[in-house]
Design a binder for this molecule. Structure first.
Ligand code: ZN
Length: 448
């Protein structure tokens, strides 16, 4: 059993000047977010929670104890013992503090033309696994469309050396290309489990690659219910992957039910009241039992789900020797038109574009709060005849004040650029995302 260490210790270790003030429900408000500098960052050091959340509208990170350490240290494969070692400044065995956080030399990000050239060739050298292809086709894409988009599965550890060798033999320069770094003086690339989503600019050039991560397909989740004064649920979650994984486990709370008690709950008061969620780190093969109780009149069956955290990451190699960090880019698909649709996630934009028969154009941000490029983009739109920006973020915004805030920001930016703006609405029963909705709509009218 791991001894309890507070998430506050991690913040204090990296940011000794951090100040805290008390907030509701045992949360502590930080004087600034360690990632985006925003003023609405919280930790909850309660052993059952031990989580970090930023609601500043810039980074919107929600991190567990393990995940916070990994983000701050850049040591993505950190184990619990590494953190304890780091906090205590000495090691039970072996690893020194200096080794935990090595000083590395990062390269400047290469210009767009170089990134586009390397990423385009890299994608040509890769293949798309059958299960990745099947999951993309389930979203409504055809094989030709997937091919055109350039989606490819991330290579295995065994495949990487050959790919890097080929790129170098063809005289591609890997210096400054996020995702590539040096190991023992030779180039290698970051290993990931999932598939690549190219983030393209308006001219179709690849600015960066996002990875849609997998691993949650190898999780077993069993849910049991028993009745006492309350309705008591037990979730049994097991990581069947040969690697550790961060998981978000979400269970739906039926209308009118009230949460009585729960274990390891990381949901803060700002999160949707319709679900209960945990963010937990699982070692390879580890199983965890989660319990909670609801007060409700008529017990109803709901289905719990697990999602790997984070689902999407950039192909990036910051904090690696000879590596380069990535920044958030905006993705474009389709020509400039009177109305440009703004959504969250490149995959969602690509899928919806094709479901609409290429008749609507999309731009996609990586997250609802990654709006840095919007003023420049909107200004370009205005100069080139675009009339309106239509926001098509996920419909769960009806519960979420964070999303509402982001929408207001977009609308203000559009207005500043002299563009009209609107917000797309649909019945959430048809799907949460614009892609789900469009697919459901096409199915309902037998178009697919
Ligand atoms: Zn932040």
């Amino acid at each position: 059993m791991e001894e309890y260490r507070s998430i506050k210790e991690i913040i204090d270790a990296f940011h000794p000047d951090m100040e805290y003030s008390r907030a509701s429900k045992g949360n502590l408000k930080l004087s600034r977010c360690p990632f985006c500098g925003g003023k609405k960052a919280y930790i909850n050091p309660d052993p059952r929670v031990n989580g970090f959340s930023c609601f500043s509208g810039k980074c919107s990170k929600q991190l567990t104890f393990m995940a916070l350490y990994k983000e701050l240290s850049g040591q993505t494969d950190a184990r619990y013992i590494d953190i304890v070692t780091f906090l205590d400044g000495h090691i039970p065995e072996g690893k020194a503090y200096e080794q935990v956080m090595p000083k590395v030399h990062e390269e400047e990000r290469a210009p767009l033309a170089d990134r586009d050239a390397v990423y385009s060739r890299l994608l040509e050298l890769l293949t798309l696994d059958d299960d990745d292809k099947a999951s993309l086709m389930k979203r409504g894409l055809t094989e030709e469309q997937i091919e055109w988009l350039g989606y490819k599965s991330c290579p295995t550890k065994e495949q990487i050396p050959k790919i890097v060798e080929t790129l170098q033999a063809e005289k591609f320069c890997l210096k400054g290309i996020p995702g590539f770094y040096k190991r023992y003086g030779k180039y290698s690339m970051m290993l990931a489990n999932g598939f690549f989503i190219p983030f393209r600019n308006m001219d179709g050039e690849i600015q960066g690659l996002q990875i849609r991560r997998k691993g949650d397909e190898n999780i077993t989740l069993d849910k049991d219910v028993s009745f006492s004064d309350t309705v008591d649920y037990t979730l049994q979650v097991k990581n069947n992957n040969p690697f550790p994984i961060n998981l978000r486990i979400i269970d739906e709370i039926p209308d009118g039910a009230k949460v009585k008690s729960d274990s390891n709950n990381v949901s803060f008061d700002h999160v949707q009241p319709k679900e209960i969620r945990w963010e937990l780190y699982f070692k390879a093969g580890e199983e965890k039992i989660l319990t909670y109780s609801l007060e409700m009149d008529i017990p109803r069956k709901t289905k719990a789900k697990v999602v790997v955290q984070p689902r999407y990451i950039w192909f990036s190699s910051g904090n690696r020797e000879g590596g380069t960090p990535m920044t958030n880019f905006t993705h474009h698909i389709g020509d400039l038109r009177d109305i440009m649709y703004l959504t969250e996630g490149g995959l969602k934009a690509d899928v919806t574009y094709f479901l609409c028969g290429g008749k609507k154009s999309f731009l996609a941000v990586t997250g609802i709060t990654s709006l840095r490029d919007m003023p420049k983009t909107f200004e370009y739109f205005k100069k080139n005849g675009v009339k309106e920006v239509c926001v098509a973020f996920d419909m769960d915004r009806v519960y979420n004040e964070r999303v509402m805030e982001a929408i207001e920001n977009v609308q203000r930016m559009a207005e500043d650029a002299g563009l009209q703006s609107s917000v797309l609405e649909w019945d959430i029963k048809m799907g949460k995302g614009i892609d789900d909705f469009t697919l459901a709509h096409l199915k309902s009218i037998n178009k697919i």
